[in-house]
Design a protein around this ligand. Structure first.
Ligand code: SAH
Length: 252
């Protein structure tokens, strides 16, 4: 059995209980050394667990380890940063396992974009500001189709969480500028929930300079939108003049 497990953003307490139990039972863990907190393995795994760092492995090598462990009836955890369904490259691994008739399952995790919002103490969806969150990245090495067309997405003026792009913050901001005003809030959260986390707040106008000054070139979320400004309407859900399924005005 192979379990794809979301490690969460970094803090070892932000893995799910199911994910933690999977680590406790694992005979073998394959993890992305550069992004997953090693402490998860040190704290939760058995002492004799076999650990592979996927940073030095290609897809064939990862799958070979899984097959090999499966033949020995050993349990494998493939530990992915955040949630495995977001930029996790798990599909290609799952398809290989299906071909080999190896059973697998997926345990979700706390994605870094929600972890970043929690560190900022912000809410992505604010009444009369934005009810939509766009998750995207600038195109990567894998080709153009992979990245969002940020200028097009910016037209929605939605809340945005931009992954894998801080190394090109200048390019990102230039594209966002085509729709967002200069004073739209932007936050860059480096290593959200890790001990060396850094939070930079600014606007479309000044964030590039601030991020360059802080020398952040990897491992960060870029969050964009008026959801981080101070204007919004109160939620109808808790409005005392608004009744809904679970609460009747006359009850109050
Ligand atoms: N599956 C992961 C994303 C993997 S792609 C998730 O759900 O979060 C790797 C990118 O995710 C990084 O380049 C960075 O943009 C973002 N990221 C991952 N962990 C992060 C963290 N703790 N803080 C900020 N950004 C993070």
């Amino acid at each position: 059995m192979v379990l794809f497990v979301g490690a969460g953003p970094g803090d070892v307490e932000l893995i799910t209980i199911k994910g933690m139990k999977a680590l406790q039972n694992a005979d073998c863990v394959i993890y992305a050394g550069s992004l997953v907190n090693r402490k998860l393995i040190d704290e939760y795994c058995k002492e004799d667990v076999t650990v592979y760092n996927s940073a030095n492995m290609n897809l064939d090598e990862v799958i070979d380890v899984m097959i090999n462990m499966e033949q020995q009836k050993k349990s494998v955890v493939r530990l992915h940063t955040g949630d495995p369904s977001i930029y996790g490259a798990i599909r290609e691994q799952m398809d290989r396992l299906i071909e080999r008739k190896i059973e697998f399952d997926v345990i979700p995790g706390v994605s870094s974009f929600v972890a970043a919002a929690s560190r900022l103490k912000e809410e992505f969806t604010l009444p009369s500001v934005s009810q939509t969150v766009i998750i995207t990245r600038i195109p990567g090495r894998t080709g153009k189709g992979e990245g969002g067309h940020i200028e097009e997405l910016a037209k929605h003026k939605a809340s945005m969480a931009i992954f894998l792009s801080v190394q090109s913050i200048n390019e990102v901001i230039n594209k966002l500028k085509t729709s967002y005003n200069d004073n739209t809030p932007v936050a860059v959260v480096y290593k959200a929930t890790w001990d060396d986390e850094k939070i930079i707040r600014g606007t479309i106008a000044d964030i590039v300079e601030k991020v360059e000054e802080a020398n952040i070139t990897r491992f960060a979320q870029i969050l964009v939108g008026d959801f981080m400004s101070d204007k919004y309407s109160l939620s109808k859900l808790y409005d005392k003049n608004f009744s809904h399924m679970y609460r009747n005005i006359s009850d109050n």
